[in-house]
Design a protein around this ligand. Structure first.
Ligand code: HPA
Length: 278
């Protein structure tokens, strides 16, 4: 197990991993395989020299769909991914995600830092505390993302001059299919702004793992039926490709500004007096 004394940050990258990795500034890197009780996870560790302080931080990159985009959203080993990032002692996780817009106030290519979520999945791991009857855990998800990391991303967006929408409700579906037009209407009525297939599961497990987590969404398409839209993966992939420059700039700036701090997310299990099973 790695010692937890160095600043380490986790970046979960969704669709567009290849371009994103190409855009990140060159830094010495190492591939690691982390064994967790939930399965094996491959990570890339970038040894990142920060712009101002010149100190080195470890940035652990985890492509959630695999290195060849071969793992669909419903097959992702979410528990292993969060456990692996926890094992390498990340202070917090920034996760990129492609999303469909549920209304036309958002434009294709917009970057959005959501502040709420609705979990509309039915076939996902809901908790790390499934088999352990000694721990009946109900974590607080009133604010589902880490406010500290959301603010960091907003500050980074100003500094990097990359526009980002502050707030919005992310609805998570199981996929892998896109929604029907009627589902999209319902999700909008429920209060959603964007729809995607991954973030709710990660945010929940990260909270149970006492790890800060925030999402950075790119609007890749209008959701099914919005203005007559028919979402397609090629459209999503193309917009993510175009956004990768801005995404990597924003994330690099956030890494340069990152400060390890105590945070309410790290105390999500305090009332139970237990450690996360990771
Ligand atoms: N629906 C669900 N997930 C998505 C979409 C969408 O329209 N676009 C990108 N990810």
């Amino acid at each position: 197990m790695r010692e937890c004394h160095k600043t380490s940050i986790g970046i979960i990258v969704g669709t567009g991993t290849k371009q994103f990795l190409q855009q990140m500034k060159p830094a010495p890197s190492e591939e690691l395989t982390i064994n967790t009780r939930y399965g094996e996870v491959r990570l890339i560790c970038l040894r990142w020299q920060r712009e101002n302080t010149k100190d080195i931080v470890d940035v652990f990159i985890l492509p959630r769909h695999g290195y060849r985009h071969e793992v669909p959203p419903h097959m992702i080993n979410y528990k292993a991914n969060i456990a692996a990032l926890k094992r390498v002692c990340v202070d917090g996780i920034i996760a990129t995600a492609a999303v469909g817009a549920l209304h036309d106030n958002l434009k294709i290519g917009d970057i959005l830092i959501p502040d709420q979520l609705i979990d509309w999945t039915r076939q996902r791991p809901l908790t790390f505390f499934e088999h352990d009857s000694s721990a009946l855990v109900h974590v607080d998800m009133t604010q589902p993302y880490c406010e500290r990391l959301r603010k960091l991303l907003l500050t980074a967006s100003v500094k990097a001059k990359v526009k980002a929408v502050d707030g919005g409700c992310y609805v998570c579906t199981d996929g892998p299919r896109y929604e029907t037009a009627a589902e999209v209407k319902a999700l909008k009525l429920l209060g959603g702004d964007v729809v995607g297939m991954t973030v709710a599961t990660e945010a929940t497990l990260a909270r149970e793992a006492c790890t800060c987590y925030t999402a950075l969404c790119v609007v890749t398409n209008y959701a099914a039926g919005v203005g007559g839209a028919h979402p397609s993966h090629s459209e999503v992939a193309e917009v993510m490709k175009q956004a990768s420059n801005n995404l990597s700039l924003l994330i690099s700036t956030a890494v340069d500004l990152y400060v390890v701090e105590d945070c309410i997310c790290k105390h999500s299990l305090d009332e139970y007096g237990i450690e996360p099973p990771v």
